[in-house]
Ligand binder design. Structure first.
Ligand SMILES: NC(=O)c1ccc[n+]([C@@H]2O[C@H](COP(=O)([O-])OP(=O)(O)OC[C@H]3O[C@@H](n4cnc5c(N)ncnc54)[C@H](O)[C@@H]3O)[C@@H](O)[C@H]2O)c1
Length: 399
């Protein structure tokens, strides 16, 4: 299959691109390198040293990988170039990772809120409009988030894969049932853009029969896959800072450098998780099992397990001897929530979940320990607050 990987230089996109090339697909990476530029603006770097995109591609070929190409393009702004690329490459599928993906970054300022909305919503819309204009039948595999369902209390109910069957009582006492998109409940501007993406997919699928698989992904942990481990120049990025670092990788990295594990609030927040190796595998499964023509948007919950953040901190502390420090929560969110998720679609396609295992946790600690001298400890705290109230509480606990 000819596959474009939008955002193929990023944390999920790079190991995914390499995996698809290894599986024999013809891969073209499209990325505007905005993630690397944001690191420069934030004055922080991936904990692991990452090679430039050209070095990555060269290294991949030198270790015997099937060659991939790279196109530098901003999908949110360069509409004509995107359309031209579709016409010249004529891909059968496009994996869409190319969005600003950090909730704390999206909540930093009006500028980052506006950037996140402009980038994510325009990017997704440009992609859909350009596919329609090209007249090509291209399957989109999009990376969404479990956060579209929200983390309020689901009162013990299982979150289905995208659609909810509802019964609507009528005035005459009768009821009708309907399958609707699961109501959304975004918890940040970033999450809100993902809920807007959902509606864009719904509309273009209905109106233009665009085939879409939307993957509602949990928080990704781990760093490398067997393929990115083949050469140091293929190493994947490891975000640890307060804006881009994600919770479990941050705990593991904090344990590695002797920094107290930073738990926000009570730690009662429950989140869904998936290891990077499974994330990569799921994208391949979704690509190789596309919806048929005329089928509505396929939605898969791309997660393998749920955990309470505080319990994760205790698990990492028990494994490494790290200390735990509770801090004011920068986010406006439920103090505690449950999260029971249906993920049957991937299990039925053959996914063998990589669940939290001490060996894999230790592997991440080892990676972090190796690069500990690259860590700027001043960038670890989360300083991006959801509202002025959270900002006040944060500054009082940060002294
Ligand atoms: N990392 C996670 O834990 C996680 C969890 C759930 C969902 N996701 C989703 O997966 C996708 C990838 O996440 P990631 O962690 O790899 O993020 P990332 O920031 O590491 O990668 C995104 C890539 O897209 C590129 N990009 C952004 N905007 C672009 C544009 N307008 N044009 C071209 N390229 C652009 C960036 O330069 C970057 O290389 C995102 O959509 C994210 O929302 C990630």
């Amino acid at each position: 299959m000819k596959v474009l990987v939008l955002g193929g230089d990023g944390f999920c996109g790079w190991p995914c691109a390499v995996n698809l090339a290894d599986a024999g697909h013809d891969v073209v990476i499209v990325d505007n390198l905005s993630r690397r530029k944001i690191d420069i603006d934030l004055e922080v770097e991936s904990l692991t040293p990452i090679a430039t995109i050209s070095e990555r591609l060269r290294a991949w070929e030198q270790v015997g990988g099937r060659a991939m190409r790279f196109v530098s393009l901003d999908i949110a702004r360069d509409y004509d170039l995107l359309l031209g690329l579709l016409r010249s490459e004529r891909p059968q599928a496009i994996v869409h990772f190319a969005e600003q993906r950090a909730a704390p970054y999206s909540m930093k300022s009006s500028a980052t809120k506006r950037y996140t909305v402009d980038n994510n919503v325009n990017g997704t819309h440009n992609l859909l409009a350009s596919i329609v204009e090209s007249g090509l039948d291209i399957h989109i595999v999009h990376l969404g988030t479990m956060g579209v369902y929200g983390y309020g209390s689901h009162r013990g109910a299982t979150i289905p894969e995208g659609y909810l069957t509802v019964e609507v009582p009528q005035a005459d006492g009768s009821r009708f049932t309907e399958k609707i998109l699961h109501p959304t409940d975004p918890g940040s501007v970033y999450h809100m853009t993902k809920t807007l993406d959902q509606l864009l997919f719904y509309y273009y699928n209905k109106n233009d029969s665009i085939r879409v698989t939307d993957l509602h992904q949990g928080i990704v942990w781990g760093t490398n896959t067997a393929l990115t481990d083949r050469d140091p120049r293929l190493t994947n990025r490891f975000d640890y800072d307060g804006d881009y670092g994600t919770v479990l990788n941050r705990f593991l990295m904090q344990a590695a450098i002797g920094y107290p594990l930073t738990v926000h609030g009570t730690g009662g927040q429950t989140r869904a998780f998936i290891h990077i190796r499974d994330s990569v595998r799921c994208v391949q499964l979704a690509l190789e099992n596309p919806p048929s023509s005329g089928e509505k948007v396929k939605i898969f919950n791309q997660m393998t397990e749920s955990h309470q953040v505080g319990q994760l901190a205790h698990k990492v502390a028990a494994l490494t001897g790290a200390e735990i420090r509770y801090q004011a929560n920068p986010r406006k969110e439920a103090i505690e929530n449950d999260l029971i998720v249906d993920n049957r679609c991937f299990l039925e396609l053959g996914l063998q979940p990589t669940t939290l295992d001490d060996g894999l946790l230790k592997e991440v600690v080892e990676v972090a320990r190796r690069w500990a001298d690259r860590c700027d400890r001043s960038r670890i705290p989360c300083l991006s607050a959801w509202t002025s109230r959270q900002a006040e509480a944060l500054s009082s606990t940060q002294g």
